[in-house]
Design a protein around this ligand. Sequence first.
Ligand code: S3P
Length: 183
Amino acid sequence: MKIFLIGFMGAGKSSLGKKLAARLGLSFLDTDSFLESKQGRTITEIFEQEGEGYFRKLEAEYLRELADIERVVVATGGGLPCYQQNMDWMNEQGVTIYLEVPEDVLVNRVLTDNNKRPLLQGKSADQLSEYVKGTLAKRNKYYYQAQFVCHAAHPMDELVDVLAGYFRRFYVSSFQNEADSPG
Ligand code: S3P
């Protein structure tokens, strides 16, 4: 079983994912870091050298390499659910959770931390705000295909408590089923 965390840049997928994985005794994987380590270059370099279309192809290809990995929390890149039927694939492979954060909170977060994100670089505060609002409106159609929507503006530790409490029973029962099964 896999848990996929999806949502816009700045939604807190990686921070929450690491904590949730630790609480559930699962491993953690971040699709951006996975892609960078496979490619031996940063996402910014891939965007600069090959363009966004190529990055989206890589993202989809490496996502599907996770098919055989079980018991993992996956933090996905913000655009990943919106391309190459990735949302359908994740919904077939495991549990999908949309970390929904109000757009003004997202704008504030990316304003202070946008230097690793090629789609945000070089934008003024007004342009960033426009970009976040416009892009979120288009992406929500995909994000809302998630099986769970989590209002992620709450304090991170409270969210982790709620999600860990909810998902723990599934992991415990799947463990027990494995232990009970013959052979
Ligand atoms: C992107 C989000 C980034 C990264 C890339 C593109 C996007 O991931 O995949 O810069 O299209 O929203 P984070 O959501 O982890 O910042």
